[in-house]
Design a protein around this ligand. Structure first.
Ligand code: SF4
Length: 371
């Protein structure tokens, strides 16, 4: 008897979603098909991935806020990174924020509605003294706002450090795999993919929620993106930040600009279908690479970073919140609204009332037209 031919058109993508919603795992061929789908099929691919996203996360968007505790001056050579050894990128460079500075920085994101604060420091990995410093910051944030999750991202951990962070109240540890194992030597020479995997396992093993993602657009193939999405599934990570390469001047990947907004949506859809109930966060590069399709990404991803990134600026935080509201989505509420310091929790951020900008250029004026 002849084999049943694969479904075509919109039906194919919805059958993949049905399979995943029934508890099946997306296979590599189907994941590759998502990445290779045509622009004409894109909205059907998004619709299928969106069914999975809404099934697991409803209409909520988790808002995360980055605080860069230590910027630049890293001895590692990750080719994409503006903080790498020898980077000429004109970024801010500073050593550790003190506890008050870090808590104040975190507070800006918390007051805007973030339910997770991500405390990040550049470097190979922290010393025990530095872990102590970060633990103090974590304890301060948690005691003032216990409902806020805190994720630490400090590089490779050594013995006992994950446990110490956990004991201070950290909820999660981020360590990105960054790219597929088979592509890792093309993006870094000072450490390996196996080193990365080790830290992810170490943090997870200590009881911290595992946050690990990647950067797309670094010359990897579709097969390597699928390899990566499946590796993250195998590691059972809880959240996956999907970054799109920001090709900083002064780094080896300066000028590498291979993504378009539809590619970015296909990548997010593939990651969603491979990791159906995992938090998928649309991360750095969102504004640059998704452009006018940023809001559409939220029908597949269920999480974003508010405002600025580690060394680059994002769009204004108010625009991020407005984008969520425009998509008909809601900010995920923190589990505990009471603040331990007794202060009132701020009102939910309201969508900003936009004033109509009066035209003062072009016809009828002596100013150049907006064209
Ligand atoms: S990604 Fe992290 S480890 Fe690599 S150069 Fe940048 S700060 Fe250093």
């Amino acid at each position: 008897m002849a084999a049943t031919p694969p479904s075509t058109g919109a039906r194919r993508w919805h059958e993949l979603a049905d399979h995943v919603l029934d508890g099946g795992a997306l296979g590599a061929d189907d994941a590759l098909a998502v990445l290779g789908s045509s622009d004409a099929e894109l909205m059907e691919v998004i619709a299928a991935a969106s069914r999975v996203r809404f099934h697991h996360f409803g209409n909520t968007v988790k808002v995360n806020y980055l605080v860069n505790l230590k910027s630049g001056l890293c001895p590692e050579d990750c080719f994409y990174c503006s903080q790498r050894l020898g980077s000429d990128a004109g970024i801010l460079r500073y050593t550790w924020l003190d506890t008050d500075e870090a808590v104040t920085a975190a507070r800006a994101g918390i007051d805007a509605g973030a339910s997770r604060v991500c405390l990040v420091a550049s470097g190979t990995g922290p010393s025990n003294r530095e872990v102590g410093r970060v633990s103090e910051i974590i304890s301060s944030i948690k005691s003032a706002t216990p409902g806020v999750e805190v994720c630490a991202c400090l590089g490779a951990l050594s013995g006992g450090q994950a446990e110490k962070l956990c004991a201070s109240g950290a909820d999660a540890y981020n360590h990105n795999l960054n790219t597929a194992e088979s592509h890792y030597p093309e993006i870094c020479t000072t450490h390996t993919y196996a080193d990365r995997e080790h830290t992810v396992s170490q943090a997870h093993g200590a009881g911290l929620s595992a946050c690990s993602g990647f950067i797309a657009g670094m010359g990897e193939t579709h097969e390597q993106l699928v390899e990566l999405a499946m590796a993250l599934r195998d590691k059972d990570v809880d959240s996956i930040p999907v970054n799109f390469l920001l090709p900083f001047d002064g780094t080896p990947l300066a000028g590498v600009d291979t993504l378009n907004p539809r590619d970015c949506l296909r990548i997010l859809a593939m990651v969603r279908l491979v990791n159906p109930d995992t938090e998928v966060r649309v991360a750095a590069g969102r504004e640059r690479h998704l452009g006018h399709l940023q809001g559409t990404a939220l029908y597949v991803a269920n999480s974003l970073f508010l405002g600025d990134y580690l060394t680059s600026e994002g769009q204004p935080g108010g625009e991020d919140l407005q984008m969520i509201a425009d998509a008909g989505l809601e900010i995920l509420q923190r589990p505990q609204d009471e603040r331990a310091d007794g202060a009132e929790r701020p009102d939910e951020p309201a969508a900003q009332e936009a004033k109509v900008a009066i035209r003062t250029r072009g016809a009828g004026t002596s100013e150049p037209a907006n064209a």
